[in-house]
Design a protein around this ligand. Structure first.
Ligand code: DC
Length: 218
């Protein structure tokens, strides 16, 4: 398996809006590591499925999309099948169906295989998602579980999505969290050995300093 403890892997999990992407990106920059947003992978599969008019409840068809998909994530830019889909994968239609796609065991396996391969090729990295510390890299050197209050998480998503519809965002986050935590396959959990950090009242620098204080690479 690719998750040998010699690889510099930082696994960051947590619910929507807990600060994962911001922290993972900044941490990767500081440590000169590559950064992978695994949520973008599930979003990309959802996006292509919608684009190709596939029934997103049909696991076989969605898996075929996932297997064929050419996915590239570099410096925060997400290129899917040769097309810059960075913005599209954040669209409301994708957000609405992504929990369904992410709950499919065969699709997850395909994504997990790709995530392990990515880390192997890069020799490590900062990887964020929901099951990184629990399933993908249970032996990661550093495991962090980020949380924040519901209010703060909704506020952050409102800023990201540039919307004024606060109650819709809060509702969408709540539903997605329930689906991600309640699914049978790789639910969102704080994995064994993961350090929990509540970022509600913390700035980016402060959070990063706290994480950096958790370890020393040998
Ligand atoms: O982090 P995000 O909001 O972009 O994630 C999109 C969806 O994908 C979300 O519903 C959780 C799911 N996801 C997952 O199940 N496992 C991951 N490793 C990453 C994301």
């Amino acid at each position: 398996m690719s998750n040998s403890t010699n690889e510099k892997i930082i696994a960051i999990d947590g619910p929507a809006g807990s600060g994962k992407s911001t922290i993972a990106k900044a941490l990767a920059k500081k440590l000169n590591l590559d950064y992978l947003d695994t949520g973008a992978m599930y979003r990309a599969v959802s996006f292509i499925s919608i684009q190709q008019n596939i029934d997103v409840l049909d696991e076989k068809k969605v898996l075929a999309i996932a297997k064929e998909m050419d996915f590239n994530f570099e410096d925060g830019i997400c290129v899917v099948n040769g097309f810059d889909a960075t913005r599209d994968i954040r669209g409301s239609e994708v957000t609405r169906v992504v929990s369904v796609v992410a709950a499919m065991p065969t699709v997850r396996q395909e994504m997990v295989d790709r995530q392990r391969l990515w880390v192997k090729e890069k020799g490590g990295g900062v990887v964020e998602g929901r099951d990184i510390g629990s399933v993908v890299f249970p032996k990661a050197k550093v495991k962090v579980y980020l949380t924040a209050s519901e209010e703060v998480r909704a506020e952050r998503r409102i800023e990201q999505e540039e919307t004024l519809d606060a109650s819709r965002v809060a509702d969408s986050i709540r539903k997605r969290d329930e689906a991600d935590k309640g699914r049978l396959n790789s639910p969102l959990v704080r994995s064994e050995g993961a350090i929990e950090i509540d970022t509600s009242l913390m700035g980016v620098e402060e959070t990063i300093e706290e994480i950096l204080g958790l370890f020393k690479w040998k």
